[in-house]
Write a protein that binds this ligand. Structure first.
Ligand code: SF4
Length: 303
């Protein structure tokens, strides 16, 4: 894929400054050594279980982390550093978020006006999402969860964004509506947008995305082509293989153990306590990504 890289994130880490006893302060690292990139015309799914750092990544890109967050690493949009000042200008325009929580809508404003002051543009984009134009005259509390999510998708579409970050956009939707929402993201990518799709539903995402970045305990463990998920053997990292086995159509087989909590991460590979492949090298140091069979993996022994 040779399309222009719209967003690249390299070596990102996010910590939160916290007070423990009295004025004693500590930093809790929740994301470390995280790397992704997304190109024009592409959907990159970001997958992993809850607490793996998926939504925090979205908030770090958008510059909307809380004040006690410490962000390190390199985030570039169209090749230039995405500084706080720059992202503040682009947010809601070239860079759009379809948020996880419908609470992002203003409860006191009719939804049509929240999408755009241009009523005919709203009508057009609502038609795309099978929303009647009368929906624009309603307040958020009058909408079902599924309708609200479609309104949020419409908001991103109407902004003409070059980069769309969709943070779990389909929960609460029927399979049919979720497929339709995914198809809309696919259409937007085909029209030239770069889409980051944050999801825990790999099964749904697979039919629509180009690549999948797999997160575990706040770090990227593998970035694979969606087609690599056709078979376990094509995948590289032991955790990605475990995720594959946990997909219902692949037998719904769980892996023993749980993802470590940010405050008690092991040294070395974060997956080591659950990994059957672990060896001597796995206990210490950060693991740099390697290119293997057209994908990128952070594992000493992946082949
Ligand atoms: S680096 Fe070692 S412990 Fe981590 S996934 Fe690879 S083999 Fe397993």
């Amino acid at each position: 894929m040779e399309n222009e890289v719209v967003l690249s994130v390299s070596g990102l880490s996010v910590s939160f400054r916290m007070y423990t006893k009295g004025l004693e302060r500590r930093e809790l690292k929740v994301i470390s050594n995280l790397n992704i990139n997304v190109r024009k015309g592409e959907i990159l799914a970001v997958a992993g279980s809850s607490g793996s750092g998926k939504s925090l990544l979205a908030h770090a890109i958008l510059g909307i982390l809380p004040k006690n967050a410490v962000v390190e690493g390199d985030i570039r949009y169209l090749g230039e550093p995405l500084t706080k000042k720059r992202v503040a200008k682009l947010r809601g325009g070239e860079i759009a978020l379809v948020p996880q929580s419908v609470e992002y809508l203003d409860p006191l404003m009719k939804v049509g006006r929240q999408v755009s002051p241009d009523e005919s543009a709203v009508e057009k984009v609502f038609a795309r999402y099978k929303l009647d134009k009368s929906v624009g005259k309603l307040f958020p509390f009058q909408l079902s969860g599924g309708m609200m999510r479609r309104v949020l998708c419409a908001t991103a579409v109407i902004s003409g964004a070059k980069l769309i970050i969709a943070d779990e956009p389909t929960p609460g939707m029927s399979k049919e509506l979720a497929d339709r929402a995914m198809k809309h993201f696919r259409d937007l990518a085909n029209e030239g947008a770069a889409v980051i799709l944050i999801t825990h539903d790999i099964d749904l995402a697979l039919g629509y995305t180009d690549r999948i970045a797999v997160f575990y305990a706040g770090t990227t463990v593998e970035t694979a082509l969606a087609s690599d998920f056709d078979s376990e053997d094509k995948l590289r990292h032991p955790y990605t293989k475990a995720l594959w086995r946990a997909i219902p159509k692949n037998g719904f087989r769980p892996t023993e153990g749980t993802q470590p909590y940010a405050g008690s991460l092991p040294d070395g590979c974060l997956f080591a306590p659950r990994c059957e492949l672990k060896g001597e090298k796995c206990a210490c140091g950060a693991i740099e990504p390697r290119n293997i069979r057209g994908g990128e993996v952070c594992c000493h022994y992946a082949a």
